[in-house]
Design a protein around this ligand. Structure first.
Ligand SMILES: Cc1cc2nc3c(=O)[nH]c(=O)nc-3n(C[C@H](O)[C@H](O)[C@H](O)COP(=O)(O)OP(=O)(O)OC[C@H]3O[C@@H](n4cnc5c(N)ncnc54)[C@H](O)[C@@H]3O)c2cc1C
Length: 400
């Protein structure tokens, strides 16, 4: 018997709500909220799922989608592909973002080069997660006028351990936002705030793989997928809304990511109750095969990653993208000590990276000197792709 040919179907709000949100694969990246031209979708920080602002309708009913024709949101969703219950293929996003699909030898996605980088400023290294390369690249972009704002994560007013999306508008503000938070933080919401509220027009977006991939599915693309079935006026509104973000983002930095943790579980049940740490005393968390927690009295507590994995967000099982394959520059620690491993993917990524070196902000070493990191990068890339495949197989979406 011949194999059935998959039927291409339109990306709609209804499909997104059923095949992503209700299915449980929605990562909460917030790109649908950012891109909705009619303000229909709001973000619910507590449940980490977007929800419809029209509570009287069915959860999968959007009047604009059904009666006017829009579905910009569904085209921004990296977990919704043109086949039922399947995500968009990474190679498809490649074409939108880089103008070509990855070659066979590009194991981590489209790549110009891989290297290790570290800030030349010891204060930045001391305050950063790994080598401080992300902070230095953003700093250079601010100073050169390439950006007037960046959408990043930052500590909330309540405690350092709780991240919130933040628009930073200066190098001083940027310096308060280094390090990593391993609970989810929808940084694209800061992109929206930067454009809508602060009227900034030159932005960098920093986020874990699913956050910058969502960018790739739409923003990196031309907006010709938009088709308003009912009239020019709607078409114009949808195009204009989306274009303002497309045009604003100057480059993205994607953080390598295996998983994020549920906030209450990781912070309260795990760190506080199980390990016995007061969350208000934590000044840094790093995950390096184990959970490394730094306390404000200078102590460091190391606990097995396997224990923390109980608190992993289940949505991450649907993610096969370890190395933020659709960012301009990907950054991770992957077993390196005090250095950031960078995968430079695009021309604009290369330009800003080289400029940061030119200004003397980064020292760089070849990837070949970081043999262990390269092995970890390959292993985690493989494991994560397999994990996502297994997850989609388990719901009957992919065949074995
Ligand atoms: C949830 C998460 C999981 C990660 N998992 C891995 C991993 O498995 N393997 C690996 O090698 N690397 C992982 N990383 C990346 C690593 O922790 C560092 O962010 C990366 O190496 C860059 O280091 P740096 O010193 O150059 O960054 P810094 O100069 O310290 O800058 C870090 C930037 O990341 C932003 N940021 C921090 N937390 C978040 C967040 N939750 N969401 C969005 N943006 C954020 C900050 O605002 C800052 O701009 C992960 C990062 C995160 C946030």
């Amino acid at each position: 018997m011949s194999e059935a040919v998959p039927v291409e179907i339109k990306n709609t709000f209804n499909r997104m709500m059923n095949e992503v949100v209700a299915l449980g694969s929605c990562c909460g990246c917030s790109m649908c909220v950012v891109t909705c031209p009619y303000g229909v979708i709001k973000y619910d920080h507590d449940s980490m799922f977007p929800y419809v602002a029209k509570p009287k309708g069915d959860f999968d009913y959007c009047p604009i989608s059904e009666e006017v024709g829009c579905d910009v949101c569904a085209n921004a969703c990296e977990r919704l592909g043109p086949e039922r219950m399947r995500p968009i293929k990474p190679e498809e996003i490649d074409i939108h973002v880089f103008g070509r699909a990855r070659r066979e030898d590009e194991y981590y996605g489209v790549t110009r080069f891989v290297c290790a980088a570290r800030s030349t400023n010891p204060n930045v290294v001391a305050n950063a997660e790994d080598g401080g390369a992300v902070t230095e690249i953003l700093k250079c972009a601010f100073e050169d006028g390439i950006i007037d704002g960046a959408a990043v994560a930052a500590p909330s007013d309540k405690m350092w351990l709780e991240p919130v999306p933040r628009v930073v508008k200066s190098v001083d503000e940027l310096m308060q936002t280094a390090k990593s938070w391993y609970t989810y933080c929808a940084t694209p919401l800061a992109l929206k705030e930067a454009v809508d509220k602060h009227k900034l027009s030159k932005l960098a977006l920093v986020g874990v793989s699913c956050e910058v991939s969502g960018y790739g599915t739409t923003f990196g693309a031309d907006t010709s997928f938009i088709s308003a079935e009912r009239g020019e006026k709607n078409l114009e509104r949808q195009n204009k809304h989306l274009k303002q973000y497309v045009d604003a983002v100057q480059f993205t930095i994607g953080l390598l990511c295996t998983e994020t943790f549920v906030f209450d579980g990781f912070i309260h049940e795990y760190l506080q109750e199980k390990v016995g740490i007061n969350p208000h005393d934590v000044v840094k968390v790093n995950v390096k095969g184990k959970v490394v927690t730094d306390i404000n009295d200078g102590t460091r507590i190391e606990t097995p990653l396997l224990e923390a994995r109980v608190y992993q967000r289940h949505q991450c099982n649907y993610c096969g993208d370890f190395s933020a394959e659709h960012s301009d520059i990907s950054a991770g620690g992957v077993g390196s000590d005090g250095w950031t491993i960078l995968i430079v993917r695009s021309e604009r990524g290369e330009r800003i990276f080289k400029r940061t070196i030119e200004k003397g902000y980064l020292e760089v070493r070849p990837a070949s000197e970081f043999e262990r990191s390269m092995k970890v990068l390959k292993r985690l890339t493989e494991t994560q792709r397999k994990r996502a495949d297994e997850q989609y197989i388990s719901i009957g979406s992919l065949r074995r």
